[in-house]
Design a protein around this ligand. Structure first.
Ligand code: PLP
Length: 345
């Protein structure tokens, strides 16, 4: 079989959720962000395991994701939608009991007209200028919104992965100013904010990446292992080259293994020159260019012919592979390919 094996450790996801939950006081609810199909790992499987661990509130990007998640979770847990109530979302929101996080006056009007009495939350912009009501918009709407009883009011931090960044204090102050006197649950922290300490926790935290083993949660348990089968191994004489553009030239007798995955499987081409794969604990350098479905690896130093090589494990985490490609762990996770055979434990 020439497809990679992606192993997803759901117990590690649950342990990461519990560890983040333990960082905030007993009155703070820890939610779980499972947008983009659970950061590529399967929103239904991840959320089901987290619900067993005690998570009661899940966050997705779009109503369609919320509808699919409701099928996996059943009635009970709250499913909040960051994009709010978009045109065309009404039936999904109603039929799957979703909670849109309303981002503008237009969304607020759409929601109360289409689904009077249906749950909603409010997303405020506190300086990131991406999603949420602006302070002036919120001022004109706050009284009406309060009468309707929002299930939460939230905002999002732009620089929470940099603890010393002045933007954190600035956004905190803006959020405090905008929510003073409100009687509903408040939420400001994703993974980064949760790690910054209690001042940012409010009533609900919304970690995503930390659940999946990614930075900035440095103490996270790794969640994914990715093993790639070796299709062929060959011997090169000095001077022979490997792959597109002859990007690698052997300088000594060399054994090259060709493994079954490439940039079409989310193994970003730019990672090539500094990525490694592992045979048990032995690192093997990727050589030549990563191509669409194949990666070539120098295995000269191995004492046996490997049947498979591992590209993600505790020794090379999503963040290490990401930095080899000049990107972030989030992008590696959410790019994990559809061709892998997935195993959950
Ligand atoms: C993605 C997202 C989160 C989760 O962020 P992480 O950095 O993955 O913990 C929380 N809130 C909002 C609004 C988001 O977009």
């Amino acid at each position: 079989m020439a497809t990679g094996h992606l192993h997803i450790d759901l117990d590690a996801v649950a342990a990461n959720w519990q560890a983040l939950d333990a960082l905030s006081g007993p009155t703070v609810e820890t939610g779980a962000c499972v947008k983009a199909d659970g950061y590529g790992l399967g929103a239904g499987r991840v959320a089901h395991r987290l619900a067993q661990a005690g998570a009661r509130r899940f966050f997705v990007a779009a109503a369609e994701e919320g509808a699919a998640l409701r099928q996996s979770l059943g009635r009970g847990p709250e499913i909040c939608v960051f994009s709010g109530h978009m045109e065309g979302d009404t039936a999904l929101i109603r039929d799957h009991a979703l909670t849109p996080l309303l981002n503008s006056i237009d969304q607020m009007l759409r929601h109360v007209e289409a689904l009077p009495g249906h749950a909603f939350g409010i997303q405020l912009d506190t300086g990131m200028n991406r999603l949420g009501m602006e302070p002036a918009e919120w001022a004109s709407l706050r009284e009406v919104a309060e009468q309707q009883g929002p299930s939460m009011v939230m905002s999002h931090l732009a620089c929470a992965d940099e603890p010393e960044h002045p933007m954190n204090a600035q956004q905190l102050q803006t959020f405090l100013d905008l929510t003073r006197g409100l009687g509903c649950p408040l939420s400001l922290a994703a993974t980064g904010g949760t790690l910054l300490g209690p001042a940012l926790h409010f009533d609900i935290t919304r970690p995503g990446i930390g659940l999946y083993g990614g930075l900035p949660f440095a103490k996270a348990r790794p969640v994914v292992t990715l093993d790639l089968p070796v299709i062929q191994t060959r011997s090169l004489a000095p001077g022979e080259t490997v792959g597109y553009a002859n990007a690698f030239t052997a300088t000594r007798p060399t054994r090259i293994a060709t493994i079954a995955a490439g940039y079409a499987d989310g193994l970003i081409r730019a990672a090539g020159p500094s990525a490694r794969v592992f045979h048990d604990d032995t690192p093997c350098p990727v050589v030549g260019r990563i191509s669409m479905d194949l990666i070539t690896v120098d295995v000269t130093h191995l004492s046996e012919e490997p049947a498979a090589l591992t590209i993600l494990n505790a020794r090379q985490t999503v963040d290490q592979l990401a930095s080899a490609a000049g990107t972030i762990g989030y992008e590696i996770l959410t790019s994990l390919g559809a061709r892998y055979t997935r195993h959950y434990s």
